[in-house]
Design a protein around this ligand. Structure first.
Ligand code: NAD
Ligand code: UDP
Length: 312
């Protein structure tokens, strides 16, 4: 029987961002297929969707090919936090590169539109600030972050070559640090670390002197950006930055978190991880111009929702 609803595949759909994307697509009435190997994602993240008739779950490792009938693919499968992507670095690069090849091959075969979740890490430790899409980046090829950074850079290359060579309808977004409910409490990312530490009145671990900066995007804004890009004009394939341009030092973030949780935690300083970027802030002019997208949720508002989640 001919299908009526658009069938959408979300790889990494049981992860932090993937599960929020599945939520949104299920609510909008699409047929959603969530693919995950549960390396960093969990069934709990999508448990509430399992009873929906327009949601399906497939346990599969993206390093292996898979045949599916779909109209759109959001390719999110890849561990995203430094602790997780450095746990098995060879596997991380394989997931980005083999995963991209497998999903692009599928998209080519079934003529699906495909979006790649790339990252601000393609800019490395940036020499240009804020980062525009035209900046080529400053990335170490042989450091502890390289498995992730170079895997994601290679995936971008594959997306553009499948687009030029085979006419695959692609979208590439570069996601900047995103936070919110369902972040893994132990994956070492700064927002979850600080909130969990503050709520239990344990020391807040600031790495280095805390002057390094990041720009934090609340998950709902990010999901809106992913959908705007997928549904945007076919002549706008990216890459496009998606992130919140408000920039904070890690020391500022620690102080805000302590204040908002009313915590008795003290700030302690630990060594800065190798190749930790000193500054990061997206220039989102392109997303505003081509997609009419910009962030709406300020740090305090998003942080409050995240604190409530971790309290639960
Ligand atoms: P996450 O770790 O919560 O989610 C990744 C998901 O991919 C998990 O469910 C995991 O089990 C799954 N996965 C990993 N390897 C797989 C494999 N080989 N086969 C099948 N599934 C696999 O991370 P997230 O924060 O939700 O990130 C999602 C995507 O967005 C990633 O590609 C990440 O690189 C990108 N991204 C995220 C951020 C951020 O701040 N959260 C920033 C930049 C880019
Ligand atoms: N960071 C920190 N304390 C922590 C965890 C992280 O000071 O407990 C710092 C980390 O060194 C980096 C920033 O916070 O400068 C963001 O780290 P995260 O791992 O969240 O993301 P990424 O470095 O990939 O942007």
């Amino acid at each position: 029987m001919e299908h009526v609803r658009k069938r959408i595949l979300v790889t990494g759909g049981a992860g932090f961002l993937g599960s929020h994307l599945c939520d949104r697509l299920v609510i909008e009435g699409y047929d959603v297929l969530c693919l995950d190997n549960f390396f960093t994602g969990s069934k709990e993240n999508i448990a509430h969707l399992l009873s929906k008739t327009n949601f399906e779950l497939v346990r599969h490792d993206l390093v292996e090919p898979i045949l599916l009938e779909v109209d759109e693919i959001y390719n999110l499968a890849c561990p995203a936090s430094p602790i997780h992507y450095q746990y098995n670095p060879v596997k991380t690069t394989k997931t980005s590169v083999m995963g991209a090849i497998n999903m692009l091959g599928l998209a080519k075969r079934v003529k699906a539109k495909i979006l790649q979740a790339s990252t601000s890490e393609v800019y490395g430790d940036p020499m240009v600030h804020p980062q525009k899409e035209s900046y080529w980046g400053n990335v170490n090829t042989i450091g502890p972050r390289s498995c992730y950074d170079e895997g994601k850079r290679c995936a971008e290359t594959l997306f553009f070559d499948y687009h030029r060579q085979s006419g695959v309808n692609i979208r590439v977004v570069r996601i900047f640090n995103t936070y919110g409910p369902r972040m893994h409490p132990n994956d070492g990312r700064v927002v979850s670390n600080f909130v969990v530490q503050a709520l239990s009145n344990r020391d807040i671990t600031v790495y280095g002197d805390g002057s390094q900066t990041r720009s934090f995007c609340y998950v709902d804004d990010l999901i809106e950006g992913l959908i705007c890009m997928m549904d945007g004009p076919d002549d706008f394939v990216g890459p496009v930055n998606l992130g919140n341009p408000s920039e904070f030092s890690m020391l500022e973030l620690a102080e805000i978190t302590i204040k908002m949780t009313g915590s008795r935690s003290k700030i302690v300083f630990e060594s800065l991880p190798q190749d930790d970027p000193l500054q990061r802030k997206p220039d989102i002019a392109l997303a505003k111009e081509r997609l009419g997208w910009e962030t709406k949720i300020k740090l305090e508002e998003g942080l409050m929702k995240t604190i409530e989640y971790f309290k639960g």
